[in-house]
Design a protein around this ligand. Structure first.
Ligand SMILES: O=c1ccn([C@@H]2O[C@H](COP(=O)(O)OP(=O)(O)O[C@H]3OC[C@H](O)[C@H](O)[C@H]3O)[C@@H](O)[C@H]2O)c(=O)[nH]1
Ligand SMILES: [Mn+2]
Length: 359
């Protein structure tokens, strides 16, 4: 009898969100891994441009006209001419999990030469607990062939629910423009076979290129901040989302993992263009990071939306002195939550639903 093909993990519970300004030929390489899943394509830039999607994929595509039609005035919180627009895909999705990937990211090979199913590894990361409260020196204890090491308290071995799985990149690393400028030929060839939980109380630079998350647990915090057209900075959308998300995960006892899986990042964007987008962010972040490190969310904040609205208040009060942009950003954070709740009145991440109690 023909061997039954296993149903892909989370086939009907996960959407793949892709921000794009190009044709999506890159999907051909991902077809064996992505074809069973539903895609949400967020077309940025000129809405009259036709984006070609390879045959056989199940997808919905939204361009700027669609975003404006669906959100009305609230569309102002969704960036234009910047990959930050991808967060619209998180909002319209109705699934429990999201995987987002850039269209210049391809299937990487592991040291044995085997194609890496990045989506499968993200799902494994998300379906197993995290250890934000006590560091396991043998990395992720829930992986095959690993465990908690001696001295790890048994009372802490259940871990926390995992909200985010942050993957990495071979070939072109996600460097900022100054680093790209001084190291134009540097390529990441180092494959590190590890998955780590980012400890509670520690921030990290979240890259949106190869990212999975549990939309039920943390979706409303995944607002990729106002960038691109009409904004003073770019390429800090995912960083902003990562800092907000980590502070909220720490408050709600949720975990964030980084490490495997790797993708092959093929295209280095122009470092001079990137420098123009990033430069204000490079010195603003010296004040932004201490702000996030100092944030204390009230214990009354028990849902992601409540935490996020509290954060927006703090941003407006404490970061606006850096630049009026932060007042605009704080307002956009509130608009994002309003739009999220409008589109998800009772669905995953609905504000009334407190996050699932951590395991
Ligand atoms: O105006 C735009 C430009 C690009 N996109 C889409 O976003 C994805 C990333 O674009 P690209 O690979 O050209 O930029 P990178 O510099 O490599 O991206 C990094 O910095 C920006 C983001 O944080 C990103 O996640 C990082 O990887 C790609 O799918 C483009 O089609 C867009 O939607 N609008
Ligand atoms: Mn890229």
């Amino acid at each position: 009898m023909a061997e039954q093909k296993a149903t892909p993990l989370l086939k009907d519970e996960l959407d793949i969100v892709i921000p794009t300004i190009r044709n999506l030929d890159f999907l051909e390489m991902w077809r064996p891994f992505f074809e069973p899943y539903h895609l949400i394509i967020v077309q940025d830039g000129d809405p009259s441009k036709v984006i070609k999607v390879p045959e056989g994929f199940d997808y919905e595509l939204y361009n700027r006209n669609d975003i404006n039609r669906i959100l009305g005035p609230k569309a102002s919180c969704i960036s234009f001419k910047d990959s930050a627009c991808r967060c619209f895909g998180y909002m319209v999705s109705k699934k429990k999990y999201i995987y987002t990937i850039d269209d210049d990211c391809f299937v990487a090979k592991d040291p044995t030469g085997k194609d890496i199913n990045a989506l499968e590894q993200h799902i494994k990361n998300l379906l197993s607990p995290s250890t934000p409260h006590f560091f396991n020196t043998l990395y992720d204890p829930y992986r095959e062939g690993a465990d908690f090491v001696r001295g790890y308290p048994f009372s802490m071995r259940e871990g926390s629910s995992t909200a985010v799985s942050h993957g990495l990149w071979l070939n072109i690393p996600d460097y900022d423009a100054p680093t790209q400028l001084v190291k134009p030929r540097e390529r990441n060839t180092r494959y590190v076979d590890a998955v780590l939980t980012i400890p509670k109380g520690t921030l990290f630079p979240m890259c949106g290129m190869n990212l999975g998350f549990n939309r039920d647990l943390i979706g409303p915090a995944m607002y990729f901040g106002l960038m691109g057209d009409g904004q003073p900075i770019g390429r800090y959308d995912d960083m902003w989302a990562g800092w907000c998300t980590k502070v909220i995960c720490d408050h709600l006892n949720l975990g964030i993992k980084t490490g495997l899986p790797y993708i092959w990042h093929s295209k280095a964007s122009n470092p001079f263009v990137n420098l123009k987008k990033e430069y204000k962010g490079i010195y603003w972040q010296e004040d932004i990071i201490p702000f996030f490190q100092a944030v204390k969310l009230p214990k009354e904040c028990t849902t992601v939306q409540q935490c996020y609205l509290e954060l927006a208040k703090e941003v407006k009060a404490k970061l606006s002195e850096i630049d009026p942009y932060f007042t605009k950003l704080a307002d956009a954070m509130v608009t994002w939550i309003e739009a999220w709740d409008e589109l998800n009145p009772t669905g995953p991440g609905a504000s009334s639903a407190a996050p699932a109690a951590a395991k």
